[in-house]
Design a protein around this ligand. Structure first.
Ligand code: MN
Length: 249
């Protein structure tokens, strides 16, 4: 990593650390051991698969048990394993997940797919709730949704549209503007890209992701086949808005 890249990564990571915890910390993504950690083996990294926080069947009928088991235990676990492998002896080893994602360029295929895959799925599990969507979301989130979208329904519509119109595999996001914290917006990215990849995604997508909807077929095909909109609607009825509010800066 050259000096300019290092400074860029350092400043991005620093803003998050000073102002508020990194989302990846709140999600329990783990952290790669750095050179200053004497007990750590610097040739490996320690990103870990977070627990779901609920049983595999807890989201039925919105998301079926078998899909959850494979999605968490195989897909997400695979991203974590390959991310750690890709960071072995890599200059970015030891950095936070946010710093790794911010430093990526389009050609960093392994870190892009697997770093994104790890963060995105950890966020997805965190904002899903076994209970029906409830209205006790934090006042601040409600206020920000109101001023940013004109209301909760309008925000859900924007998310549904972003998820439905993403061609192929990808994600729909609710994002907090990094420079203007009261402003929330909806965005979508292909594959495992996300709004933290500032070297890859367009500037109008960049920010702090506080909700992600997985629209890869592996997230819904067993239960919904090609009916992506039905899946998205069902998932949006199972969002834990309190958890979403807790991820805001
Ligand atoms: Mn997935």
């Amino acid at each position: 990593m050259d000096k300019r890249t290092f400074l860029k990564v350092g400043s991005i990571a620093g803003v998050g650390v000073i102002a508020t915890p990194l989302v990846s910390t709140l999600l329990g993504c783990g952290r790669a051991p750095g050179p200053t950690e004497s007990s750590a083996d610097n040739s490996t990294s320690g990103f870990t698969l977070p627990e779901l926080g609920f049983a595999f069947d807890a989201l039925e009928p919105a998301v079926d048990q078998e899909t959850m088991r494979i999605h968490h235990g195989k897909h997400h676990a695979g991203y974590v394993r390959k991310l750690n492998a890709a960071l072995t002896n890599h200059p970015l080893s030891g950095q936070s997940l946010e710093a790794v994602l911010a430093a990526l360029t389009a050609s960093d295929t392994g870190l892009r797919n697997n770093g994104g895959g790890h963060f995105n799925h950890a966020l997805f599990w965190k904002v899903l709730s076994p209970a029906e969507a409830h209205n006790d979301k934090a006042d601040l989130l409600a206020e920000r949704i109101q001023t940013s979208f004109g209301g909760h329904e309008a925000m859900l519509e924007a998310l549904t549209k972003a998820a439905g119109t993403r061609f192929g595999s990808g994600w729909a996001w609710l994002v907090q503007d990094a420079n203007e914290p009261d402003r929330l917006f909806v965005a979508s990215t292909p594959n495992q890209d996300n709004p933290l990849m500032t070297g890859i995604v367009e500037s109008d997508v960049q920010g702090r992701p506080i909700l992600g909807i997985d629209v890869w077929e592996h997230a819904y095909y067993l239960n919904y086949q090609n009916r992506r909109t039905d899946y998205v609607t069902a998932v949006l009825s199972r969002i834990n808005w309190k958890a979403v509010a807790g991820l805001m800066a």
